[in-house]
Design a protein. Structure first.
Length: 192
């Protein structure tokens, strides 16, 4: 049952003409130019992984209650938020949002992840130090400072490794997320 009607035309995806493809719903087409370089930066971070996603699509399933996510292979979905002026809200959250879960979509069923491990791996791919995101996306992120401290420790451990070994560990985390298996411990020093 819908609480409000959904316009299927407004939900249709509008995409960039060039690659990597970035797509948003028709109703959000006005933010495509702003979103595209950010989305491509997120894809470039994920491109360090083997078999990485090659496109970003707006997640339009939020418009229909109870709809099961059917995400094509090679696509990362993100939620688009619009600010009070009609522009892209929280642009600083786009790249981390794409790198989150290392490009593996959450289907609502499998949650074997470890947020600190996922955060450390994503920020290693982005080449950035993990930082608390409190206030970055008001009402969406309620970051535990201890979580970020743990992620920072894991990230620092990755940076101490040769790049190929660090990448292998990050890929192992991504593969575990895909297989819906435990990721805790995959980045720890004892995993060597």
């Amino acid at each position: 049952m819908l609480n409000w009607p959904v316009d299927p035309v407004a939900r249709e995806l509008v995409c960039t003409d060039d690659a990597p493809k970035v797509c948003v719903s028709r109703i959000h087409a006005n933010v495509l130019d702003t979103l595209t370089p950010l989305a491509r930066e997120g894809l470039a971070a994920l491109a360090k992984l083997p078999d990485a996603p090659t496109a970003v699509h707006e997640d339009t399933t939020m418009y229909v209650s109870g709809e099961v996510r059917q995400v094509p292979d090679g696509v990362v979905t993100i939620e688009i938020r619009i600010d009070e002026r009609g522009g892209l809200a929280h642009p600083a959250a786009v790249v981390p949002g794409i790198a989150d879960r290392l490009g593996v979509g959450y289907d609502g069923n499998c949650r074997q992840g470890d947020e600190a491990v996922e955060r450390a791996a994503a920020y290693w791919l982005m080449g950035r130090e993990p930082r608390s995101e409190v206030g970055l996306v008001p009402g969406l992120v309620s970051e535990d400072p201890e979580l970020n401290t743990e992620a920072l420790t894991l990230w620092q451990g990755l940076r101490e490794l040769p790049d190929d070994e660090a990448l292998a560990r990050v890929a192992a985390v991504r593969d575990a997320l895909r297989a819906c298996t435990e990721v805790t411990g995959l980045l720890s020093r004892s995993a060597r």
